[in-house]
Design a binder for this molecule. Structure first.
Ligand code: THU
Length: 143
């Protein structure tokens, strides 16, 4: 069984599940154009939802892994992201793109933890949504 690693210590069961689901989602990514496969797994009401990037020959129509996970959550009846793990390729953390940060804001609080992991399952970087998207425009701004 896959064992998640975080600075040498074993991570919690739910985090392990998020990591393993993100890695599995990444392995299913459809990314023949960029060849950059991404997986995302988020926790909502104790349930894990995942997504992968799906590209298109008409390049701008491709969708991100985070968006796929959010769609799965909404379809499953959830509306609040409690934690999310994102995995891309290489040693650099796959930080969510600008559009995905805004999508995360729709369903996540400013203190939402966003973990970026390596393809080996190691946590490379953890940021709050507020750090990734300061002074965000969100549902509250609409009054
Ligand atoms: N990608 C994601 O899925 N999530 C991100 O946050 C960053 C980028 C995808 C989009 C595209 O399919 C590929 O990575 C290269 O940009």
């Amino acid at each position: 069984m896959f064992q998640a690693v975080h600075t040498g210590a074993r991570v919690g069961i739910m985090m392990e599940e998020l990591i393993s689901r993100a890695l599995d989602a990444r392995s299913r990514a459809y990314a023949p154009y960029s060849r950059f496969q991404v997986g995302a797994a988020l926790r909502c009401d104790g349930v894990v939802y995942s997504g992968c990037n799906v590209e298109n020959a008409a390049y701008p129509l491709g969708t991100c892994a985070e968006g796929g996970a959010i769609s799965a959550m909404v379809l499953g009846g959830g509306q609040r992201i409690e934690e999310i793990v994102i995995v891309g390729g290489g040693d650099q953390p796959c930080t969510p793109c600008g559009g995905c940060r805004q999508k995360l804001r729709e369903f996540g609080q400013p203190n939402l933890k966003v973990h970026m992991i390596s393809p080996k399952g190691e946590i490379l970087l953890t940021r709050t949504l507020a750090e990734l998207l300061p002074d965000a425009f969100g549902p509250d701004n609409l009054g």
